[in-house]
Design a protein around this ligand. Structure first.
Ligand code: MG
Length: 199
């Protein structure tokens, strides 16, 4: 049985740990004693009624600060192992072409450039909407999909019969009946038994 694995991009392959904090500090948007997580920065803007700054900061990070973002530990080994085992892998994400606010960075080309710089060679699809992303998962005949968002995996239009894995490094989501959870890429390799996989 051939195995086909689809993988989301933002916060699944790419870790923005610390990047939002540094970008916000650089632009003097937050106090430096704020905890450095993406969530605490988002909450800071929301609680001060500056959701627009948060939206603009996201455009800045995804468009101009991708160089500061790193791959999650072992995600490169996961793709290398799949290549060695001849398991097709696809990177399937959705994002708008330009940020909603602020300078019109081309978010698709920033993401593709990052993939190239970090030597990810799998075909990558950046769809404009979540609906198109879900169609792409089905069109590429993914049998497994890894994503960091429960709302993607639990979406009513998520293709049936795909094994769903939630990438949840900070264990934010509780257990679910509709997907398995992992906290790192070693666990993905383990639960899919990729080391022992023979095509
Ligand atoms: Mg994501």
């Amino acid at each position: 049985m051939p195995l086909v694995i689809g993988v989301d991009f933002d916060n699944t392959i790419v870790s923005y740990e610390g990047v939002f904090y540094l970008a916000a500090l650089e632009r003097n948007l937050i106090p430096s004693d704020l905890p450095p997580s993406k969530g605490s920065i988002r909450d800071y803007f929301r609680s001060s009624g500056r959701e627009d700054l948060w939206t603009e900061l996201q455009g800045y990070v995804y468009g101009a600060k991708m160089d500061s973002a790193q791959p999650y530990p072992e995600v490169s080994s996961f793709f290398a192992l799949c290549a060695e085992k001849k398991i097709p892998t696809y990177i399937i994400s959705h994002k708008t072409r330009c940020p909603y606010l602020g300078p019109p960075y081309d978010l698709h080309s920033s993401a593709k450039e990052w993939l190239k710089q970090h030597a990810f060679l799998s075909p990558a699809f950046f769809e404009l909407t979540l609906e198109e992303k879900l169609k792409r998962i089905s069109h590429e005949r993914c049998e497994v999909f890894v994503d960091d968002l429960p709302e993607v995996l639990e979406h009513a239009d998520f293709p049936k019969g795909v094994r769903k894995i939630l990438f949840d490094p900070h264990r934010r989501s509780g257990p679910s009946e509709s997907y398995e959870s992992v906290k790192n890429w070693e666990e993905v390799v383990k639960i899919l038994r990729l080391s022992a996989y023979e095509s």
